[in-house]
Design a protein around this ligand. Structure first.
Ligand code: NAD
Length: 412
């Protein structure tokens, strides 16, 4: 099922459970603004290539919109719209003063040089400049974009405005107003949520068996923090496939191995597995941390993990959710489990606006407090109403936006 269709299906399921004022269902079903831009750039060869870029602002009832920028060959308007919608629910659930947005460029960064990526980022930023800003819409990194991409965006925006604007993007390098802890924020949040999952199962992090799909920013950080606490990370994968060792993989050495540009398949003392096999490995916790649509009606009945903690956005389809729920597999949903990134982005933005920066332990403590607090609200609602945690999280997020919409009224 296409990703947007699957997100709208989940939306309808949630709205059916809520008693909302007339019109709310329709208003939140559609993005407020969708911007599609052409990005012509000169390649190093001298040839001119035109890329397609997107920025979708789904809802801005609670504040400026917030969401990452993705560079990937599959980026399209529908995917960006679905991700923007998820950002609205995520920001509302986490009680941040933000609406939801998402952006991306359809390109293959793996075959582009650094200079080509810089020209792409700068031209993309100038094409969407009227839509972004510290009080309008604040981009951040997502798949295949990073601190350097954010530094170029911030510089382009600042040059065109004639003054340095720290708060226009988050996920920046520290020296440009970035926040301590931002780069590992999403993975750290996933790690905190695995801690909560372990408590539900009556287990300790030490000895917990974990499989991680996607060994990028989110997956590798969560895996490393779990490894440091003595969890047995038995399987990890990336887009090329996975590796498995029933006694646990030395994640610190694997991170070092990958940083030397070596394939994970060449890591010693492991069996080679496919991504499909990774998803069905017998373990306590499965962390999908790659892309959407990985756990579907075709493989959900084969998942052997006791709990799933969603690092990626939208890794489980609504059909798979139903199958997992019937089989007693609990899912800590993306909008809660991977919210560490946007929560620390919020901290970064607050620090930028105040020109006053916090210590790392303060940031980690605040992140943990917010995430565990919202986790207990989601868990309580799911237990009281006998619904799964995704439904509970969406209800909490959407109700908050709907309450704010009602108070603001409908313009004009
Ligand atoms: P990344 O680019 O750093 O890493 C992605 C990883 O997934 C890589 O290891 C890649 O090889 C792997 N991958 C890609 N396609 C795959 C496939 N078909 N099967 C298996 N593995 C595959 O990206 P990231 O920042 O770690 O983001 C991962 C997910 O987390 C995305 O869904 C993203 O939207 C979500 N997310 C990221 C952040 C953040 O702060 N980075 C915040 C919230 C959510």
């Amino acid at each position: 099922m296409p990703f947007l269709k699957s997100v709208l299906k989940q939306y309808d399921l949630v709205i059916d459970k809520l008693e909302l004022p007339d019109g709310v269902r329709e208003r939140l079903r559609h993005p407020k603004r969708s911007l599609v831009v052409s990005i012509p750039i000169e390649m190093d060869s001298g040839a001119i290539k035109v890329y397609k870029g997107y920025r979708v602002q789904h809802d801005i009832t609670l504040g400026p919109s917030k969401g990452g920028i993705r560079y990937h060959p599959n980026v399209n308007l529908e995917e960006v719209t679905a991700l923007a919608m998820l950002m609205s629910w995520k920001c509302a659930l986490m009680q941040l003063p933000y609406g939801g947005a998402k952006g991306g460029v359809c390109c293959n960064p793996a075959v582009m040089t650094l200079k080509e990526k810089e020209r792409l980022t700068r031209r993309f930023t100038s094409e969407i400049i009227w839509a972004i800003g510290p009080e309008e819409d604040i981009p951040a990194p997502d798949m295949n974009t990073n601190m350097q991409t954010m530094a170029w965006m911030m510089d382009t925006y600042s040059m065109l405005k004639g003054h340095t604007s720290l708060g226009v993007v988050t996920g920046k390098p520290l020296v440009l107003g970035g926040s301590l802890g931002r780069e590992e924020g999403t993975g750290r949040g996933v790690f905190y949520m695995v801690g909560e999952a372990a408590k539900i199962m009556g287990k300790e992090l030490k000895g917990l068996t974990v499989a991680v799909q996607g060994f990028g920013n989110v997956g590798s950080t969560a895996a490393r923090l779990l490894f440091e606490q003595g969890s047995n990370v038995t399987a990890v994968s990336n887009s090329k496939g996975g590796i498995y060792n029933k006694n646990g993989i030395d994640i610190e050495s694997l991170i070092q191995h990958v940083s030397e540009n070596k394939a994970i398949a060449d890591f010693p003392n492991v069996e080679i597995i496919t991504n499909e096999e990774l998803l069905t490995i017998d373990c306590d916790v499965l962390i999908p941390a790659s892309i959407e649509g990985q756990i579907t009606r075709y493989n959900a009945d084969k998942v052997k993990a006791r709990m799933i903690v969603e690092g990626a956005n939208g890794p489980t389809t609504p059909e798979a959710d139903r199958i997992l729920c019937d089989r007693g597999v609990s899912v800590i949903p993306d909008i809660l489990a991977n919210s560490g990134g946007v929560v620390i982005s919020y901290f970064e933005w607050v620090q930028d606006l105040q020109f006053y920066f916090w210590k790392e332990n303060e940031i980690q403590q605040r992140l943990k407090a917010i995430m565990t607090d919202i986790f207990s609200s989601v868990l309580s609602m799911s237990q009281e109403k006998k619904i799964d945690m995704r439904m509970a999280a969406w209800i909490l997020g959407i109700s908050r936006i709907s309450e704010a919409q009602e108070l603001r009224g409908l313009y004009p």
